[in-house]
Design a protein around this ligand. Structure first.
Ligand SMILES: [Cu+2]
Length: 123
């Protein structure tokens, strides 16, 4: 009995800790409930600098960004200098959030289609 209660308490603590670590910026975009990103960039297709929207994208240090694949084929977002990568994102799926912890300008592309380019500016 006591052990069961301790387990329940532990689970509740883990859940509340996970909630507490996410920032509370109000997002008006109707994104998937599994995504807790502050900014969502849509992947629109293999179309040069128009592949990602918005592009360029500006955010603040500490904000989290995710990419939503609105196209019908798989893409990814991979930073040119290797500071972040989403891994492949299936059509209709959204990447795990990436925390932008350093200020600067970060060019990225889809490594499957290297002509797909975008830039994130972190302030
Ligand atoms: Cu691609």
């Amino acid at each position: 009995m006591t052990r069961l209660f301790a387990l329940a308490l532990l689970a509740a603590t883990v859940v509340s800790a996970a909630c507490g670590s996410s920032s509370s910026y109000g997002s008006s975009t109707p994104s998937a409930p599994t995504t807790s990103a502050d900014v969502t960039i849509n992947i629109q297709g293999n179309n040069g600098a128009q592949s990602f929207s918005p592009n360029p994208s500006t955010m603040r240090v500490g904000q989290r960004v995710a990419w939503r694949n609105a196209d019908s084929i798989t893409h990814n977002a991979t930073q040119d200098a290797g500071s972040f990568q989403t891994g492949n994102i299936s059509p209709g799926a959204t990447s795990a959030p990436v925390t932008m912890s350093t200020a600067g300008t970060f060019p990225y592309r889809c490594t499957i289609h290297p002509g797909m380019v975008g830039t994130i500016t972190v302030q």
